[in-house]
Design a protein around this ligand. Structure first.
Ligand code: RB5
Length: 139
C-alpha cells in the first residue's frame, strides 16, 4: 500500500480531511493539524520535512491557505522537493521533470475538484529521468 504523509495548517484542514477520504485506500501518515483552529504553518511544513528526511514516507502532501507558506517551510529541508501546483499539468510536470516528492496545494486558491485531480496526477505520474535527473541532482 502506498504510504503518503500529509500535513496542513488550519487553512488546509478541511481539504486534508477530504483528500484522506477520497483516497482512503492509501496508507496515510497524518502530521496534523487536527482542526481548523488557527496554527502556524511553519511547524507543519517542518513536520513534513522531517518525515521525508527520516524516510517515514517517500512522498507527501502539504496544504495551507495559499500553499505558499507551507511549501516554503517544507522546502527548507534538502530532501524535500515540494511543488506548489494549481493545475493537473503542473502536478504532472512536477513529477515528470522535477521528481517532486511533496505536492503543495492552496486550499483557498484551488477548487476541490482540481485539488483531487492534482493528487491523482501526482500519484500516477512517473519521473522521466534522463536530462531531468541531471538537473534535479544539481538542486
Ligand atoms: C493562514 O491564514 C495563511 O496565511 C496560511 O494558510 C498560508 O496561506 C500561508 O502561506
Amino acid at each position: 500500500m502506498t504510504k503518503l504523509a500529509i500535513a496542513c495548517d488550519h487553512g488546509g484542514y478541511a481539504l486534508k480531511e477530504k483528500i484522506k477520504q477520497e483516497f482512503s485506500g492509501l496508507d496515510w501518515l497524518d502530521l496534523g493539524t487536527d482542526s481548523d483552529e488557527s496554527v502556524d504553518y511553519p511547524a507543519f511544513g517542518k513536520a513534513m520535512g522531517e518525515a521525508i528526511t527520516n524516510g517515514d514516507a517517500p512522498r507527501g502532501i502539504v496544504i495551507c491557505g495559499s500553499g505558499i507558506g507551507i511549501s516554503i517551510a517544507a522546502n527548507r529541508f534538502p530532501a524535500v522537493r515540494a511543488a506548489l501546483c494549481t493545475s493537473v499539468e503542473m502536478a504532472e510536470l512536477s513529477r515528470q521533470h522535477n521528481n517532486a516528492n511533496v505536492l503543495a496545494l492552496g486550499a483557498r486558491i484551488t477548487d476541490e475538484e482540481t485539488a483531487m485531480a492534482c493528487v491523482r496526477a501526482f500519484l500516477a505520474t512517473e519521473f522521466e529521468g534522463g536530462r531531468h535527473e541531471r538537473r534535479v541532482s544539481q538542486l
